[in-house]
Ligand binder design. Structure first.
Ligand code: PLP
Length: 364
C-alpha cells in the first residue's frame, strides 16, 4: 500500500512565480543588469525552474549540484551556475552540470580546469571578492589578480567571465553603493592585469536590490544572483524597508488540516522541564483559550516562526515534530476539525517544505 495524504500540501502558483520573475527582470533590464535566478530556495523544483527559463534569465543558479543536474535532466537549456564554492571532490560533477561557477581557491580552479579538459569543455568562472562580509572570496586585490592571471595564462579550459561578491549573508554587511564601487575598482584592477574587459561584475544577491530600488547602483554592476526576492519577497520590506508591492507575496501557500480543537488553559499544568527537542521554553498565561492542532510540524518546516497564518485571528503558538499548535480564540471563522488552514511561508521554512516527502506539492 502506498499512502499519500492530501495534507499537508504546498500549493505553488506558477503564474505568480512567472510574473514575479518577469517583474524582477523588467526592473533589472532597466538598469542593464542580468539575472542569475537562484533556485535553491525551493530545492530546484524543475517545474518552477522552467518559469525562469521562459522568462529569459541569463543563468539558473544553485549551491547544490543535484539541483543543477535535475535542471539539465528536465531539458532546461539556460546556462547553469554553481554558487557555492565547489568542493574539490565535486570538480568532475561540477563541469558536467554547471556551465559557470563562483570560485575562490586556486587549487579548486586547477581541479576544475582538469575536469573540464577531460570533457573537452570550457567552463566559465567568476572569481569572488570578499568585501567584508567574511564568507567566500579573495581577501586582497593582489590575491584576486593573481588568481585571474593564473586562469588567463595557465588554465586553458576555464574562462574568466567576471568578478563578483556576496554581502549580507554571514557578516550582515549592507550592499551600499560604496561597496559596489569597491567591487568595480577591484574588477578594473583585474581587467588591467589581464588586458581585457570582463563580461560581468556581479553585485551580489537579493541584499543588493535596494540599490536598484533607490536608483544608486553604479552602472558597471551588470549581474545579480536573485533567489529570495523573487520567491519570498515578503522578507524584503521587513528586513530592508523596500517597497515590493509590485511582486506577489503568495507564490507558495502552505495548507494543513486541523485534527483537534479544544478550549484549554494556556499555561502548561505541572512541573515544567524540557520540550520534545530538549529546549527550555516559557509559556504565557492568557487564561482559557480555544486552540487547534494542525497536522504539520517542525519536521516539515523547521521553525514555527517562519510560517504565517493567512487568516486574521489565528496565531501559531508552538510546535513539536508533527503538530502545530494554533491559538484560534480570535479567529473570524468558526473552525472545525477537518478544516484546512492556510499559511504564508518564507525562505527559512520554504527550503524545508519543498524538500519534505510528507508535504504534497500542488501546482496551480
Ligand atoms: C543563496 C545565494 C544567493 C541567492 O541569495 P538570495 O538572498 O536568495 O537572493 C546568491 N549568491 C550566493 C553565493 C548564494 O549562496
Amino acid at each position: 500500500m502506498s499512502i499519500r495524504s492530501e495534507y499537508p500540501c504546498l500549493e505553488i502558483n506558477l503564474k505568480k512565480l512567472r510574473e514575479n520573475i518577469e517583474a524582477m527582470k523588467a526592473m533589472c533590464d532597466k538598469h542593464g543588469i542580468e539575472i542569475a535566478g537562484v533556485i535553491k530556495g525551493f530545492n530546484g523544483i524543475a517545474r518552477c525552474v522552467r518559469e525562469y527559463e521562459d522568462a529569459g534569465v541569463s543563468y539558473i543558479a544553485s549551491s547544490r549540484l543535484e539541483q543543477l543536474e535535475e535542471t539539465k535532466n528536465a531539458g532546461i537549456k539556460t546556462k547553469t551556475m554553481c554558487i557555492r564554492i565547489p568542493m574539490m571532490s565535486e570538480a568532475e560533477a561540477l563541469v558536467s552540470v554547471a556551465d559557470c561557477s563562483l570560485e575562490s581557491e586556486i587549487s579548486v580552479l586547477r581541479a576544475v580546469d582538469k575536469a573540464a579538459a577531460e570533457r573537452g569543455r570550457v567552463h566559465e568562472v567568476i572569481l569572488m571578492a570578499d568585501l567584508g562580509d567574511l564568507r567566500e572570496g579573495f581577501w586582497t586585490v593582489e590575491e584576486l589578480v593573481e588568481a585571474a592571471l593564473i586562469i588567463e595564462k595557465e588554465l586553458k579550459n576555464l574562462y574568466l567571465v567576471g568578478i563578483a561578491t556576496n554581502l549580507g549573508c554571514y557578516g550582515s554587511i549592507e550592499a551600499t553603493a560604496e561597496k559596489m564601487n569597491e567591487l568595480i575598482e577591484r574588477a578594473e584592477k583585474v581587467e588591467a592585469a589581464i588586458g581585457r574587459k570582463l563580461k560581468y561584475i556581479g553585485g551580489g544577491a537579493t541584499t543588493s536590490l535596494p540599490r536598484l530600488l533607490d536608483d544608486d547602483m553604479p552602472p558597471r554592476i551588470n549581474l545579480l544572483r536573485i533567489g529570495e526576492a523573487i520567491i519570498y519577497s515578503k522578507d524584503l520590506p521587513e528586513f530592508f524597508g523596500c517597497d515590493m508591492s509590485f511582486m506577489h507575496n503568495d507564490v507558495f501557500t502552505l495548507k494543513a488540516e486541523i485534527v483537534e480543537i479544544k478550549t484549554k488553559v494556556s499555561h502548561p499544568v505541572g512541573n515544567i522541564t524540557v520540550d520534545a527537542f530538549g529546549h527550555r521554553n516559557t509559556y504565557e498565561d492568557r487564561g482559557m483559550r480555544k486552540r487547534a492542532l494542525a497536522a504539520i510540524g517542525k519536521v516539515d518546516y523547521c521553525d514555527f516562526h517562519d510560517i504565517y497564518p493567512r487568516e486574521e485571528g489565528i496565531e501559531v503558538i508552538g510546535a513539536s515534530s508533527d503538530h502545530t499548535i494554533l491559538d484560534i480564540e480570535d479567529a473570524k471563522r468558526d473552525l472545525k476539525v477537518g478544516d484546512i488552514v492556510e499559511f504564508d511561508i518564507r525562505y527559512g521554512s520554504g527550503v524545508f517544505l519543498t524538500d519534505s516527502p510528507n508535504v504534497k506539492r500542488i501546482f496551480v
